[in-house]
Design a protein around this ligand. Structure first.
Ligand code: PLP
Length: 385
């Protein structure tokens, strides 16, 4: 039995998406910028994908720029706005301490080049408080970047409230919706944001395809310069097959967002309750609500997360110790640390992220294997309970 419980790292590509990508790769080789028949067919593929992604998030197709994924979209939003607003004297950027590295490391890079940056704290809930943002905002703030859903604990941030606060001080607002788009309803107008990042491989699409939604009229400078692709906002010949896959994945996600969300939420509840009941010394990290329905992060007293990950992998269950970027190193999660969890809990927690292929049988198997795995690890370290 092989069970994949790591959908926040990436998801399996839906067979219908595979079919669209393969067909586009074979048949639509034209350059979407070419005027002739072949180019126009490729452009048609991009137009369809743009409409599907716009429909998923409630924006206009013309407001979307295709990118190579979440990391590029986050970089484009932050670097692009920072550069565009530099002449206005707004040289202050705000993000939260629980952002993905694509945001935090980008802010650090800009800090080295003279931008003032503030990372606002979160409490043990893993939710950004409006008061923390209010305290950080000033008249020089150019951009606030707060993620919609956290990749490690799944908490959903009060984006509409935070964006309104940013706007009241004349700042723009970006949200990294890489872990929410395709999983829960995302509506750019209701969220009230100016920029939103998403990535296809987090919702059963291909890797290397994503988008940045940019509200019409938002001041932003291109970070990839060259030709006039994507209405001169992102130079480079478009990856038409991958973008077609993004469009198909967006269409599929939109068609089942509430049914799949309810299904995963029920699976997660059973999984969490099962773990808490069967394994002593366990606790859920972060606020139980609001969360994306597929994610849980659980701490196991007297266990090393990496050892548990490996032991579970030997039983055929793939989980994670945090974001994919930080797993593989023994660094404790910066998110759990930022939430103020004690050091041992930042090192004994695993993330389980469910997805479309998971079933009740997977949760049953996991709950059946887990107690013995944990007991064995605890007995090896002499920490019997
Ligand atoms: C919240 C968040 N932002 C950004 C990214 C980066 O996206 P991509 O892998 O498409 O570059 C990820 C991926 O783990 C993520 O979880």
């Amino acid at each position: 039995m092989r069970i994949y419980f790591d959908h926040n790292a990436t998801t399996p590509v839906d067979p219908a998406v595979v079919e669209v990508v393969a067909r586009t790769l074979a048949d639509e080789f034209g350059n979407a910028s070419s005027v002739h028949h072949f180019g126009q067919r490729a452009k048609g593929v991009l137009d369809d994908a743009r409409s599907a992604v716009a429909n998923l998030i409630g924006g206009e197709p013309s407001e979307l720029v295709f990118t190579s994924g979440g990391t590029e979209s986050d970089n484009f939003a932050i670097r692009g706005v920072a550069e565009a607003l530099e002449p206005t004297g707004r040289r202050h950027l705000i993000a939260s301490t629980i952002e993905h590295e694509a945001v935090i490391v980008t802010l650090k890079a800009l800090a080295r080049r003279g931008w003032r940056t503030t990372l606002i704290p979160v409490g043990a809930s893993g939710i950004v408080e409006a008061s923390a943002l209010e305290a950080a905002l000033d008249d020089e703030t150019a951009l606030v970047s707060i993620m919609h859903a956290n990749n490690e604990i799944g908490t959903v941030q009060p984006i509409a409230e935070l964006a309104a606060l940013a706007h009241a001080r004349g700042a723009l607002f970006h949200t990294d919706a890489v872990q929410s788009a395709g999983k829960i309803a995302v509506d750019v107008r209701r969220l009230g944001v100016d920029l939103l990042s998403l990535s296809a491989h987090k919702f059963n699409g291909p890797k290397g395809a994503g988008a940045l939604w940019i509200k019409r009229g938002t001041r932003i400078t291109s970070i990839l310069t060259g030709g006039k692709h994507e209405r001169s906002r992102r130079a480079g010949t478009e990856n038409v097959p991958a973008i077609a896959g993004l469009g198909k994945a967006a269409q599929l996600a939109a068609s089942k967002i509430s049914t799949e969300g309810a299904r995963l939420s029920a699976l997660r509840t059973r999984l969490e309750q099962g773990v808490l009941a069967r394994v002593p010394g366990t606790a859920i990290n972060g606020a139980p609500e609001p969360r994306v329905p597929n994610t849980t992060n659980i701490s196991f007293e007297a266990i090393e997360a990496e050892s548990l990950l490996i032991a579970l992998d030997l039983e055929g269950v793939a989980v994670s110790t945090g974001s994919a970027c930080s797993s593989g190193t023994l660094e404790p999660s910066h998110v759990l640390r930022a939430m103020g969890l004690p050091t041992h809990r930042t090192q004994n927690s695993i993330r389980i992220s469910l997805g479309s292929g998971n079933t009740d049988a997977h949760v049953d198997y996991f709950l059946e294997k887990l107690p013995a795995v944990v007991q064995k690890l605890r007995s090896l370290t002499g920490a019997r309970r």
